[in-house]
Design a binder for this molecule. Structure first.
Ligand code: PLP
Length: 461
């Protein structure tokens, strides 16, 4: 099938080059071979334009990441200046750059407790891999080599490298990759909308925590290294755990000497109205914090693993067999990337993005919740600028749509036609816009979504 193309040959060539040569992440090869891609060529604040000039509201901030909005002139100028000054130098062993040093200090000041030591990479998956390698190294240094098992959660999302994909608890995505899962246990998703029959909302949290403790005892605390969790699950479906869940899970970890990893790749840098959410919003103090996405607002690839002083003290002890901490990437502490991160944080703080999200987040959720009156909208959930709609065939029984109906994708397509980009994830749509989203953008989003859902409903059966 041919996509309707602009007469301009260059546009067609770009589209064809992509179709013939790019392997897309999470590609559906069958659809792609028919339709190819939409080529996005320009962005401004929370708007994005395809190469034919069609304008869309970017309801997903690229991919949960362009927090300060597209086309920020100040950040672009800073990136240019840094590129002219020093784009790159390595940070292996005893070299650094001002931006790597100063961004690390800034992150240490933002992260709670003694999270003072930063290892840089290029994204969230790499930062999670680094976290797990550091945890293993730490327990080996402590003379506890048996502590290797990892607690993760069903529907948790932690990335796509070999190990980060294994940490990810979305079983359907594992198929065909032979991931290294032997040391990983996936706990139940803390999913209030789909809690087991017969458990009331009050006891659901304790039910999950009891289950977690039972698992810890079964595996043996001496064998468990860490617990990794997003404060609010993102790609698994914007799932908000019952109140108090994270605090109780962390308390169990403390009791059994299990390190805690907060994967704040999505939740940090303003999406929930806080720069870092673990302590301020969820009242927990992790041993390791994983950051990416909003850290650079997606302008350049950047991720960070931030560890506690206690962990750092152990992993930096002198060793006889290999005096080096033999972990590092060419682009660890990339000068241009770190300068981008620093400037991005300066803009987020100076321009009051958290205040803006705190002001408009509740309105956004309230307006989106009105869509629960529509047929097929089972639940609207999430917080601030991290929201989702889950669709069901029957609201009473909460019956999911069969996979082949592709309900999230159909509503995404209907919304896109009307000038709004949302994210389809199975039977859900996710909204995670740039933090520039204002009342007009929110109102337009709700209107488009409503029309798109209603139109899609008429096409069912
Ligand atoms: N952790 C979380 C919570 C994420 O949402 C993602 C990506 O969506 C990752 C980790 C992986 O980050 P990246 O895609 O930058 O490797």
């Amino acid at each position: 099938m041919h996509k309707s193309l602009n007469p301009n040959q260059d546009l067609e060539l770009t589209w064809r080059n992509d179709k013939n040569h790019v392997i897309h992440p999470y590609a559906n090869f069958e659809n792609f071979s028919k339709e190819g891609s939409t080529v996005y060529a320009k962005g401004h604040r929370h708007f994005i334009y395809d190469q034919q000039g069609q304008k869309y509201l970017d309801g997903i901030a690229g991919l949960w990441c362009v927090n300060i909005g597209h086309g920020n002139e100040e950040l672009a100028a800073h990136i240019g200046e840094q590129a002219r000054n020093l784009a790159y130098y390595n940070t292996f062993e005893d070299s650094t750059s001002p931006s790597a040093a100063n961004l690390a200090a800034k992150l240490a000041s933002l992260c709670p407790g003694t999270l003072n030591h930063v290892f840089f990479g290029t994204g969230g998956s790499m930062a999670n891999d680094t976290a797990i390698k550091m945890v293993h190294y730490y327990f080996n240094m402590l003379g506890k080599p048996k502590k290797k098992k990892i607690l993760s959660r069903n529907l948790g999302y932690h990335g796509s490298t070999y190990l980060a994909h294994a940490l990810t608890g979305i079983a359907s995505t594992h198929i065909g990759f032979d991931l290294p899962k032997d040391d990983i246990t996936y706990l139940s998703t803390p999913y209030p909308y789909r809690k087991p029959e017969g458990i009331d909302s009050h006891s659901y949290c304790d039910y999950l925590i009891d289950e977690m403790e039972t698992k810890i005892i079964e595996i043996g605390a001496d064998n468990i290294a860490c617990f990794i969790a997003e404060p609010i699950m993102g790609a698994g479906g914007v799932i908000v755990a019952p109140e108090g869940y994270l605090g109780k899970a962390y308390a169990l970890c403390k009791k059994y000497e299990i390190l805690t990893i907060a994967d704040e790749v999505v939740t940090a840098f303003g999406r929930l109205g806080k720069m870092i959410t673990s302590k301020e919003m969820f009242k927990v103090q992790p041993d390791i914090m994983v950051l990416a996405k909003g850290l650079s607002s997606g302008y350049v690839p950047l991720g960070a693993t931030v560890i506690s002083s206690a962990m750092h003290e152990v992993i930096s002890r002198p060793k006889a067999d290999n005096p080096y901490f033999s972990h590092g990437f060419t682009y660890s502490g990339h000068a241009l990337a770190c300068a981008t991160g620093l400037k991005n944080i300066e803009i987020l703080e100076r321009d009051g993005f958290c205040e803006h999200v705190n002001k408009w987040g509740p309105y956004f959720k309230e307006q989106l919740t009105t869509l629960e009156d529509l047929p097929i909208v089972g639940e609207v959930r999430g917080s601030h600028f991290m929201l989702a709609l889950e669709y069901v065939t029957d609201k009473k029984t909460k019956t999911s749509f069969p996979m082949e109906v592709n309900i999230g994708k159909r509503i995404y397509t209907a919304s896109k036609k009307r000038g709004l980009i949302i994210r389809p994830i199975g039977p859900l749509n996710v909204l995670s816009p740039p933090l520039t989203y204002d009342k007009d953008a929110i109102d337009e989003t709700i209107g488009i979504l409503k029309d798109s859902i209603l139109e899609t409903v008429t096409t069912l059966h």
